[in-house]
Design a protein around this ligand. Structure first.
Ligand code: DHB
Ligand code: FE
Length: 280
């Protein structure tokens, strides 16, 4: 059977991608952020996943407010980087883990989850940035195939934290019943605290961000049991993207080893962080 080898979480701030495009990762502004990704990159090299499940949200690039699926599962064999206004970035396209993606989509429906199924769709910074942070930029091919899962964190009603957790549990069961010996890593993305709009634009909450990183490993129930409104209040309207880490955390064991955490503030207008978890 396939094996879940670990769960990682990270911010996906788009200007991280721009900093990489412009070769600014060693500047005074960006170096403290990028230094925190040396460990996860090394972890990926040592643990050699075949498939990365990436949980993220689209930001009005592949979908817009005319159609807002709560959950979307990609089943394509290939995903192109979305054009977010300056042309697609010069990174390779992403190969889809097509067979496992269909298998997972079927398991979801069997378990009374009803996602949108996407056979043709571009992936924006929500996926591009975490992939580059964790794997580095490849010359022509990413070292893993991907299963992308989009969660609506943009327009209410967004899903509950509990619902994200439940999707993670189905993901775990799908991995462990999938009849190959592939190694699968799960990546939750988004956050940490930020709000890009409204009267609280620029809102950050360093204390809550640090609390999240300290407790999502071995006290995740504290976050899973909050409401959607709590997430918006504590982390900001876009900081509520953190519910997507709960899909990753829900896929892991009750008890995990926290191998690494990193926090840096601000990256753009965002509290930026990452975590690496292994099942205990
Ligand atoms: C920013 C952060 C995000 O997570 C995002 O999706 C877009 C912008 C920011 O801080 O600039
Ligand atoms: Fe985002």
């Amino acid at each position: 059977m396939a094996k879940l080898i670990g769960g990682l979480g990270t911010s996906h701030v788009p200007s991280i991608g721009v900093a990489l495009d412009k070769g600014q990762d060693q500047t005074d502004y960006w170096k403290p952020l990028f230094d925190g990704y040396d460990y996860p990159k090394q972890w990926m090299k040592e643990n050699r996943p075949d498939i990365a499940v990436v949980i993220f949200n689209d930001h009005g690039n592949a979908m817009f407010l005319d159609r807002v699926p709560t959950f979307t599962v990609g089943v394509a064999d290939k995903y192109a980087p979305a054009d977010e206004g300056w042309g697609p970035r010069a990174i390779p396209h992403f190969d889809g883990a097509e067979d496992f993606s269909w298998y997972f989509a079927d398991k979801l429906v069997e378990n009374h989850f009803d996602p949108m199924i996407a056979r043709e769709i571009d992936v924006d910074h929500g996926l591009q940035v975490p992939m580059e942070l964790f794997f580095g930029r490849p010359e022509d091919k990413w070292p893993v195939r991907i299963l992308p899962i989009w969660v609506n964190t943009v327009q209410f009603p967004i899903p509950t934290p509990q619902r994200c957790w439940e999707m993670g549990q189905i993901l775990r069961a799908a991995i462990e019943s999938y009849p190959t010996d592939e190694r699968i890593v799960v990546m939750g993305t988004g956050g940490l605290s930020h709000q890009l709009q409204g009267t609280r634009a620029g809102f950050l909450n360093e204390q809550a961000d640090r609390d999240w990183l300290a407790s999502i490993g071995n006290n995740p129930g504290k976050w899973r049991d909050l409401s959607r409104e709590d997430f918006v209040e504590i982390f900001g309207s876009e900081g509520a993207e953190l519910i997507m880490w709960l899909v990753m955390r829900g896929a892991m064991d009750a008890s995990v080893n926290v191998k690494h955490t990193h926090y840096h503030l601000p990256a753009s207008m965002t509290g930026a962080g990452c975590i690496v978890l292994e099942n205990a």
